[in-house]
Design a protein around this ligand. Sequence first.
Ligand code: BGC
Length: 416
Amino acid sequence: MFKVSSLTAAVFLATAALTAQAGEVEVLHYWTSGGEAKSIAELKKIMQSKGHVWKDFAVAGGGGDNAATVLKSRVVSGNPPAAAQIKGPAIQEWAAEGVLANLDTVAKAEKWDSLLPKVVADVMKYKGNYVAAPVNVHRVNWVWANPEVLKKAGVAGMPKTYDEFFAAADKIKAAGLIAVAHGGQNWQDFTTFESVVLGVGGAKFYNDALIKLDPKSLNSDTMKKSLETFRKIKGYTDAASAGRDWNLTTAMVMQGKAGFQFMGDWAKGEFLAAGKVPGKDFLCAAAPGTANAYTFNVDSFAMFKLKAADAQKAQGDLAASIMGTEFQEVFNLNKGSIPVRLNMKMDKFDDCAKTSTKDFVDTAKTGGLLPSVAHGMAISPAAEGAIKDVVSQFWNDDKITVADAMKKITSAAATK
Ligand code: BGC
């Protein structure tokens, strides 16, 4: 009798404890492709294992433009999610609205300051307080390739310069295949564009032109050459590229329909989700001319102020889980990125990820480590949007001259 009642009491207490702790986390993200969905599912699993309820708020649309619009309407109506995938200067803009939660208690307890590269920690803080938690480091300046296509076309290896790149592209075209798989959306156009600017002009020029938005650099011979190179690449894409999603574009490389794709390493997540093996079924290399530079793109979740204690507790657990070693490993193995948390074991990661890690560290010392403009890491969202639109107009309309494009980019750069 005694045994039964104490057991009942224990069960009752355990249930009560779980109920008191459990909270709901609504998480807004735009990870809906095969590789992306597998990656975010790992966070859901971890949160559920802690007894919390995961409310998925996925808004399709690569690069996150759709998600940003939906988020605005939710916050304006006073009903923000617990966390939203927001990054770069946009974090500062949201924090300035006074809607983000202070994560310092978790960050101090978990020692985030010593676990993050300073360049990343600074972006996660507003006025010295953590308001967002980073999940990864994506490298943007990659080119992906199908080795079978290269072989068929007689291309010896991954091109290191634009001369080599165009020679290879000519061979692929001559073999009757699409040389460059491209998805025609403004963030995808700009992903290619910024890699070209970096490859043609180098790290200092990228910094002056695309980050400092220096009018002289934006109207220079180097910018002219970058735009010409960018336009030349278009000649190697297929006619149906307008509006195509990035993951369908990656699939063209995967299926041997196309040779190359300029894309960040979330493309690797897509190859991996389809069971492809790096180095065998697909190749990764720094975009031509950019081996000594690294455009970084750090995904992060900003957390919104919530009222209920259980929701706050769940939110804190979410922040701690995101920076935990378990999540950092399994998420990044799936996502194609590398852990943002320092000193993680990399033995389970492939060679593309190992190259990325090494280059991240090396370029940080040489000035080659640069924030990606295409992925919201570098300039104000307003200027970024305006420049992206102009660059896409140039890409889509051969009648726009290079000189005109330079003028238009310069005035777009002044958008406040
Ligand atoms: C994000 C990635 C995402 C990609 C495609 C990028 O801006 O940082 O996490 O996979 O867009 O949606």
